[in-house]
Design a protein around this ligand. Sequence first.
Ligand code: UT7
Length: 324
Amino acid sequence: MTVRAVIKGVGHYLPERVVPNSEFEAMVDTTDEWIRTRSGIERRHFAAEGETTSQMGALAARAALKDANLEASDIDMVVVATSTPDLTFPSVGTMIQKELGMTSGYAFDVQAVCAGFIYALSNANAQIVSGQAKRVLVIGAETFSRIMDWTDRSTCVLFGDGAGALVLEAEAAAGTSDDRGILSVDLNSDGTYRDMLYVDGGVATTGTAGKLRMQGNALFRQAVSKLASTAQAALVKADVTADKIDWVIPHQANIRIIEGTAKKLGLPMDKVVVTVQDHGNTSAASIPLAMSVGKARGQIKKGDLCVAEAIGGGLAWGAVVLRW
Ligand code: UT7
């Protein structure tokens, strides 16, 4: 008998303020047309003044708990993927734990930038499979609007804020690819790519939060090949072939990266959950947001075979194969 980490609930939160591409035309030398055609983004949400990553993460977590028909007291672990914490410490995880009224269990953050949710899912899966945790909240929450350089047109038009969450629960399973739950994980990183995407400040250097810097075009070329190869590696580990996939749930950075990766996997775009037009790039929040929206749209259904893949700063990249 095998133990699987099975999805019991999903939810998300998006800040109220929606910012269309046209708003950037007054700020930097750009056009709605350039942003749409080069990235696929049409609008994004920005957190209100004073609205934080932990507040958004807690709202997404509450929605996921409701979907799972569970209480916060049923959860024994909270893991939050974020690169934009409220404070340097304590973790966003413990802040969300408090917000949910949990006084037991344990909470922490993982930081793998845009690949963070894949890393957090991998961690949650390992703790469930090893027997250390039974029910886990896996949250991706970001306020990237706080680390934008509003004079840099090559980055400030691309990112957005939001949060998404999953509830995972340990369940006995047969140990085959027909099981529900997480079937495989593939993780990778290579720190030699540091300068391709980083934030130019931090606790031990400038003492400030810093601003995001990105070599977009160089990263674009890395993204398509690395995303396709990590997704393929995860499919092999799960013992399934790409033609069996019902849904690709990609990190939502750029529609052209999403299309290029689907093409390399030999999958049509009608098997891909796409939210980039409405959310922009929400870093570690983008995959759980796409999962929640994909389920709400009626795309992702119980029993569907899904592959989620992401790449971001580090570089760090990875993929998860799961049956919903
Ligand atoms: O989430 C982590 C992973 N992130 C990614 O994977 C992002 C990867 N990169 C991308 O999505 C794309 O590279 C971008 C959307 C960032 C840029 O698209 P691109 O087709 O790679 O454009 P580019 O960087 O090669 O720039 C083309 C031109 C440049 O002008 P010149 O040098 O050709 O005159 C840029 O200065 O577009 C210019 N440009 C803009 N023009 C209007 C850059 N940003 C803008 C802008 N508006 N906002």
